[in-house]
Write a protein that binds this ligand. Structure first.
Ligand code: SF4
Length: 420
């Protein structure tokens, strides 16, 4: 092979000059982000703070490193009483009584691991806002529910079906951390339940009878709150159905309980061929060493990990924060998949941003960062009519003298020849 010293041929001096000018434009286009991102911490850089929080939590819970790394200990020791929480992080004025008020209406619980990610001095810490109940939940007395989603989309026990070729099996309502913005807070109820094998068998029978189903998502609650053995059984049943091509797992454990991703779990998942896992990182602060290790194990077992962020007011409804999250998640091999617009449901309306905010974020992602860091922005249609993508519009006119008029990510208006 010939070695050419100056790289690919054909670039003229004038071409080099144009390219250099364009590069100045590119740099200017992201200068605001380069300045802003210095103030958006990534969990990978906060190890010292997290370790010191962990030491404090372990001393309150009278436990050691061994227990901390045991996911079952984490679940058993989920922090769900305000007195214990107050020993771990300072509560702000009236917060003790406010949490007491909220817990009469809806349960809360935080894994010790996830509490360790809270900045104790910041009342607006994004981890705190997602996990510690806020009085806003109790103040929202409107009854905004979506009964049709459940009523009209469950053709068999444990199944939710909204699309032609895929469906959901709900395996449990349990979660290791009850996210304050949870869209399924009504299903979470007041007690953990595991759906019985008989119900799951009926769900499997439905899938066998409907050969157009090729993709099954196991979720809950959190699908990884069930035992490895139970999950292995369901996945084996699905493996036995010829028309099932892929299995998916919906879980927030890589974010809120990364110790759940054990070697044994990964060995079991590896046996089941094409398994995808979708999780929910909502802020760079959640992208930690522990999460990175969990994702690495999954990846080595052949499980691809995607991220379904929820657009949350005060947490990530900022174009720089969202871009940093997309870039930080890619650093640990988590591929951005969706940004969900938060639904209008009772108790979570204070987390809602406007659709315009989401569109602005999308506008600022496309072209300004790698395409892999650009997820699809989704609104969930009412009455269980499914996910609907909403995107900034780049086409200005589909026919201007046979050409399509469009704008580029950078704002250049151009024509595209649409003729064959
Ligand atoms: S892990 Fe998922 S289902 Fe569980 S509380 Fe959080 S958002 Fe809801």
């Amino acid at each position: 092979m010939e070695i050419i010293k100056e790289g690919p041929k054909g670039v003229t001096e004038e071409g080099r000059k144009v390219a250099t000018d364009r590069c100045v434009e590119y740099k200017e286009a992201i200068q605001d982000y380069i300045d802003a991102k210095k103030n958006i911490p990534c969990g990978l850089d906060l190890n010292g703070q997290y370790e010191s929080n962990k030491t404090r939590i372990l001393s309150v819970l009278k436990a050691g490193e061994h227990e901390w790394n045991d996911w079952k200990w984490q679940v058993r020791n989920q922090i769900r009483d305000v007195a214990t929480l107050a020993k771990i992080i300072p509560l702000f004025k009236d917060e003790f009584d406010q949490i007491k008020k909220v817990e009469k209406e809806v349960r809360w619980g935080i894994s010790p691991y996830y509490v360790s990610l809270i900045d104790p001095d910041d009342p607006f810490c994004p981890v705190r806002m997602q996990s510690v109940p806020s009085i806003q939940e109790a103040l929202d007395s409107s009854i905004v529910t979506e009964p049709e989603t459940i009523l009209y989309n469950s053709p068999a026990p444990c199944i939710t079906r909204l699309y032609p070729d895929r469906l959901i099996i709900n395996v449990t309502n349990a979660c290791s951390m009850f996210c304050r913005h949870c869209l399924r807070r009504r299903d979470i109820g007041s007690e953990n339940v595991l759906y019985a094998r008989e119900s799951i068998k009926e769900a499997i029978a439905y899938i066998k009878q409907n050969t157009e189903i090729r993709d099954v998502l196991l979720t809950g609650g959190d699908a990884l709150m069930v035992s490895d053995e139970y999950l292995d059984w369901i996945l084996s049943e699905l493996d036995g159905i010829d028309h099932i091509e892929i299995k998916r797992i919906g879980t927030r454990t890589p974010v809120v309980l990364p110790m759940r991703i054990t070697d044994e779990l990964c060995e079991m998942l590896e046996k089941h061929g094409t398994v995808y896992l979708n999780t929910q990182f909502n802020h760079s602060r959640e992208v930690t060493e522990a999460s990175a290790k969990a994702v690495e194990k999954l990846t080595k077992a052949g499980v691809q990990v995607g991220n379904q962020t929820v657009l949350l007011k005060g947490i990530n409804d900022n174009k720089h924060v969202m871009k940093k999250l997309m870039q930080d998640s890619l650093k640990i091999r988590v591929r951005p998949y969706y940004i969900f617009h938060c639904k209008k449901l009772e108790g979570i309306r204070h987390f809602r941003a406007h659709i315009e905010d989401g569109l602005n974020i999308m506008e600022y992602l496309r072209g300004y960062t790698s395409g892999m860091a650009v997820p699809t922005y989704i609104i969930t249609a009412p009455a269980g009519r499914g996910k609907t993508p909403v995107n900034p519009n780049y086409i200005l006119n589909t026919n201007v003298d046979g050409q399509v008029l469009f704008r580029t990510w950078g704002g250049h208006v151009m024509k595209y020849d649409n003729e064959r």
